[in-house]
Design a binder for this molecule. Structure first.
Ligand code: LER
Ligand code: MN
Length: 273
């Protein structure tokens, strides 16, 4: 497993769940603190220029773990279940550009809040159909570009659709596409899933990427979530992908990042040479 931390551009909203803001300085900091990579929380695909990003990767040694998209929803109101065809088309078009970026950086794009809610006046079935149509549309292109789209179940206070890993897996079983996977976030699982360890094991077939935060969304170890259970489950399913600290920058960005890596690093199995 490799350990990443979430970062965003300098203009990210206060509601972006990232530790540091400003790409280059965040990558320098992540490298100094001992992370293996950074997850880019983007508002738009052209927010970062590929040539600059490549230069910062060379400068810092950081890898890009994935591109996350919550800000497309939070800052731009884009989503796949919008009753407005124009908004849905814009969301799909932005995702095509994000897939292009991820083809060179991270090979993974998340779909959390940006899938959208079941809107007033819509049935659950109508919203599900709109979301599935967008995924069918995007997954072929994602596969061609070597990118996986990972669906992140998100808690009910942020979105009213696909809250648990089981619900995510049901959709993924239906769509049955190689370029689609599941992205558990243990902060949301702590609110929604019946058991954290058992749910990770039960849904292992789809898991491609993991978000970690404690029960209060602070650094792992600073709340009451049972990370022994989390790591035992990840080990049981042979998970060898990224674990990313998606935490609030409390008490300060540096301190949050320091506490997260200090907690996580000793819990990650060291690979034999
Ligand atoms: C939102 O709570 C979250 O966890 C993000 O990663 C998904 O939008
Ligand atoms: Mn998350």
């Amino acid at each position: 497993m490799r350990i990443a931390v979430t970062i965003a551009g300098a203009d990210a909203l206060p509601t972006a769940f990232v530790v540091w803001r400003g790409f280059r300085r965040s990558m320098i900091a992540a490298s100094e603190f001992g992370y293996d990579g950074v997850e880019l929380a983007l508002m738009r695909a052209d927010e970062v220029a590929p040539a600059e990003l490549r230069a910062w990767i060379g400068e810092t040694g950081m890898q890009v773990s994935s591109i996350s998209t919550g800000q497309l929803f939070a800052a731009r109101k884009l989503c796949f279940t919008s009753p407005d065809l124009g908004v849905r088309r814009q969301t799909v078009s932005e995702f095509n550009r994000l897939i292009d970026l991820a083809a060179d950086f991270g090979q993974m794009v998340n779909i959390g809040r940006v899938r959208g809610s079941i809107h007033p006046g819509q049935t659950a079935k109508q919203a599900q159909t709109l979301f599935s149509e967008a995924l069918i549309d995007l997954s072929g292109y994602a596969e061609k570009r070597g990118v996986t789209l990972v669906i992140e179940p998100v808690n009910r206070y942020e979105i009213n659709y696909i809250n648990t890993l089981d619900e995510g897996s049901t959709l993924l079983d239906e769509l049955n596409h190689r370029a689609l996977g599941l992205m558990p976030d243990v902060f949301h699982m702590n609110i929604e899933d019946d058991q954290i360890g058992e749910s990770l094991i039960r849904n292992a077939r789809h898991i491609r990427y993991v978000h970690l935060a404690d029960s209060n969304r602070h650094a792992p170890g600073d709340g009451h979530l049972d990370f022994k259970e989390v790591f035992a489950a990840l080990q049981a399913i042979g998970y060898d992908g990224w674990i990313t600290a998606e935490i609030l920058p409390y008490p300060s960005p540096d301190e949050a990042a320091r506490r997260a890596i200090a907690y996580l690093r000793p819990r990650v199995p060291v690979k034999k040479a």
